[in-house]
Design a protein around this ligand. Structure first.
Ligand code: SF4
Length: 181
């Protein structure tokens, strides 16, 4: 279990845990009971949720994931966070999960940068690759980290190519380019 979730276990009640997790994510209301339960039981979900902190769009994707319903219980009629009007499908969450994974690897490397020539060469490869496709819906256009003119995603890894190519630690999932030395 990740450290943030272990800290929550020190609190006295599920409602306090929901409030604390909501606060941590920058929400004005507690997360739902289902989101709390899933975060406690699913380390990958918890990691991506915690890493989404700072982006309301990314956080909301996790709150809206239909798989959260599997963790619903009798107390789920309590108020919980709802900050975006749109509903989002599973494929979006998986795409963002790929981006979060890339950021995690980048963070572990100390946010090492990449020279512009290498990033440009990587992007040129992506732009001629058949796996580079349009993002599946408008939500990805609102994600803060993606403000590039080319917002297409790699369907092999779910990342926005124009952002991914600038991360030194990243690699093409089919081996067309690799991590920087
Ligand atoms: S990362 Fe690799 S597979 Fe994905 S679009 Fe770029 S070249 Fe294609």
């Amino acid at each position: 279990m990740i450290e943030m979730m272990q800290d929550l276990l020190r609190l006295d009640s599920p409602l306090e845990m929901r409030r604390e997790l909501g606060n941590y994510l920058g929400l004005e209301q507690p997360v739902s009971s289902a989101v709390l339960r899933r975060a406690q039981q699913d380390d990958r979900f918890a990691l991506h949720l915690v890493m989404s902190r700072g982006s309301r769009d990314l956080v909301q994707l996790h709150l809206d994931d239909p798989r959260n319903e599997r963790y619903a219980g009798d107390d789920d009629d309590e108020p919980h966070a709802e900050i975006v009007e749109e509903s989002h499908d599973l494929s979006n969450l998986e795409l963002v999960g790929g981006m979060a994974g890339a950021m995690f690897r980048w963070g572990r490397s100390g946010f090492r940068g990449l020279d512009e020539a290498t990033a440009a060469a990587r992007l040129e490869t992506c732009q001629s690759c058949p796996h580079l496709v349009e993002a599946p819906d408008r939500l990805l256009y609102r994600v803060k980290m993606v403000k590039k003119s080319d917002q297409r995603v790699c369907r092999k890894c779910g990342c926005v190519a124009a952002a991914k190519v600038k991360v030194a630690t990243e690699r093409c999932p089919i081996g067309l380019w690799g991590p920087a030395a």
